[in-house]
Structure formats: C-alpha cells, structure tokens
Design a protein around this ligand. Structure first.
Ligand SMILES: NC(=O)c1ccc[n+]([C@@H]2O[C@H](COP(=O)([O-])OP(=O)(O)OC[C@H]3O[C@@H](n4cnc5c(N)ncnc54)[C@H](OP(=O)(O)O)[C@@H]3O)[C@@H](O)[C@H]2O)c1
Length: 279
C-alpha cells in the first residue's frame, strides 16, 4: 500500500480506503448481507486498505456495527473515520452522536470525525465548539468535514480555536469533476486532505458505455488493469488525495487494492481527463 500524510499531521493514511455506504443498509438498517460485508471489509484491511469510512447515517448506525466486527483484533492498525449527521449539529447532539458511534464501533477513540454535510440552520461556531471538545476528551483524534465548499471550510476553520480541519470528503471521479475549479485547488494549496468519495461514480465507471468509456477501456487494456483500477489511479495523480471505493464483492475488493504500485503516464492521464471532460 502507499500512504499519504493527513494534512501535515504526521499521520500516514493509505491512499485507498474502504467506503461503507450501503454496507449495513442505506438509510435504514439491513442485516441481510452482514457476513459478506464483514468478510469484504476484513479482506480489504488485510490487503492494506486500512482506512475505513463510515457514518452514523449509514444503515441507521448498522454500518458502524459491521465495521466494529471487521475491526475485531485489528483496531490499532486501522484509521477509523465516521460522520455526524447535519440534523445533529447542535452542541449536545454532536457529543451524543459521537458517543453512540463509539459504542457501535466498540472503540475508545475515532481517528477522524467528520461533519457529513453543511447545515446552515446551526451556527458553525456551536458545532465546532463541540468538535473541539471531542478532541480534548479523546473521543476523536482529528476533525474533518464533508461536502463543504471553500467558503464553508474557511468558516468552519475560523470557528475552531485550537484544532485544524484535516480533510474535506467530497465526490470526485472521472464522471464527477465538480471539485476541480475550486475545492480541489484550495485543499491542495492549504494541504487539506481530500477524501474522494464515489470514486467509481457509484458503479458507473466499471459499467458505463459509450465514447469516454471506450478510451478508458483502451487505456485499461494497455496497462493490463481494470477500468476501475485505472479510474482510481487517475484520481491519485492529485497529491493530497485518497480514495474510498466501496465494494462488498471480494473480487472488487482485491481489484481496488491493486490500484497502487504503478502509475498512469502523464499522457494517458491527460487523455482520460479530456475524454471525460465535463460539457
Ligand atoms: N460524504 C458523503 O456524503 C458520501 C457520499 C457518498 C459516498 N460516500 C463514501 O464513499 C464511499 C464510496 O462511494 P460510493 O459507495 O457512493 O460509490 P463507489 O465507490 O464509486 O462505487 C461503489 C460501487 O462500485 C462497485 N465496485 C467497487 N469496486 C469495483 C470494482 N473494482 N469493479 C467493479 N465494480 C466495483 C461496487 O460494487 P459491490 O459493492 O457490489 O462490490 C458498488 O456497486 C461510500 O461507500 C461512502 O463511504 C460519502
């Protein structure tokens, strides 16, 4: 595995982690694939993808319970990231949500606790005061945000008195380039880690048909890699960025672990960028 520094903290995190949306259900809990999910996550951890991203919202908490089973005996080797839902951004609610996440994850401390989406109805100062208390109390090691614009990151950072925001988790893939004009360059300039979610376009990239996908297919054939591996490798051209594909199928997990140890040439990276350029 390859590692990158989490925003100049000195903490190294793997460039490929494990997403868990729909592991344990969507908005509701669903236990029907628990065993498969635990096995997929354990395999991912064994293959070095030792960053797990979950949220209190996923499977209404059940995703965190599945992560806890996958962590069994391996906690120290894994970087565990969870998220607080926007409806819980009031001071006491943040503290309560974090405590419940720890209980479901069966760990003493999260590595990263992220604000899942901005919530303009709760003053960011109030939410960040609670996040700083969580760091002080050892509930989380680092604070992150998700789906925040540049202005929202700046406001959230200004609301913190001692800590820094280490990461912004945002959608980024060949089929969603919306962070390229502003959020990505800002994070790179500031050294904030970008955690790229839906890096496979929620499954569109491995299965898409038509023009740009033909280019992807050709480049994949040239390197002897899969479309997904090429698409993830392309994202990793950006220095302060890591990816968190989600996979419950073990073959997919293995494939995603094979995204490191090789690099697309600058020419092929450019070819892909052009083929998938937003209209
Ligand atoms: N912060 C946020 O607001 C936010 C929003 C969305 C997602 N996320 C995070 O980002 C993670 C990833 O995003 P995502 O789940 O939306 O989408 P994704 O990772 O882009 O795509 C997941 C889909 O791709 C398939 N897949 C995975 N690896 C594959 C491979 N090597 N070959 C072919 N197909 C493959 C998976 O199939 P199988 O599962 O069947 O293997 C699944 O259907 C989430 O799980 C979550 O942790 C965060």
């Amino acid at each position: 595995m390859e590692f990158r520094n989490l925003r100049k903290t000195g903490k190294e995190i793997p460039v490929v982690g494990l997403g868990t949306w729909e592991i344990g259900g969507g908005m509701m809990s669903n236990s029907s694939r628990d065993e498969e999910a635990v096995e997929a996550l354990r395999l991912g951890l064994e293959l070095g993808m030792t960053l797990v991203d979950t949220a209190e919202m996923y499977g209404a908490g059940h995703s965190e319970e599945i992560v806890s089973r996958a962590l069994d005996g391996r906690r120290e080797k894994v970087f565990v990231a969870s998220k607080v839902s926007p409806s819980h951004f009031a001071y006491e609610d943040v503290l309560r949500s974090a405590k419940r996440s720890l209980e479901r994850l069966k760990i003493k401390q999260m590595d990263l606790y992220q604000l899942h989406w901005p919530n303009p109805r709760v003053p960011i100062e109030e939410t960040m005061r609670a996040m700083e208390k969580l760091v002080r109390d050892g509930v989380t090691r680092y604070i992150g945000v998700s789906n925040f614009s540049v202005t929202q990151v700046e406001e959230a950072q200004a609301a913190l008195s001692r800590e820094q925001i280490v990461s912004n988790q945002v959608e980024y893939s060949l089929v969603d380039r919306s962070i390229e004009p502003d959020v990505l360059p800002y994070c790179q300039r500031e050294g904030l880690t970008v955690i790229a979610y839906s890096p496979l376009g929620k499954g569109r990239i491995p299965n898409g048909r038509g023009g740009p996908f033909k280019v992807l297919e050709e480049i994949a054939a040239k390197y002897g890699k899969s479309r997904s591996q090429v698409a993830l490798n392309w994202l990793l051209n950006h220095e302060s960025l890591v990816v968190i594909p989600k996979a419950i199928d073990k073959a997919h997990v293995r494939e995603n672990a094979g995204v490191v140890g090789w690099r697309l040439s600058p020419e092929d990276s450019k070819k892909l960028a052009t083929a998938f350029a937003p209209e």
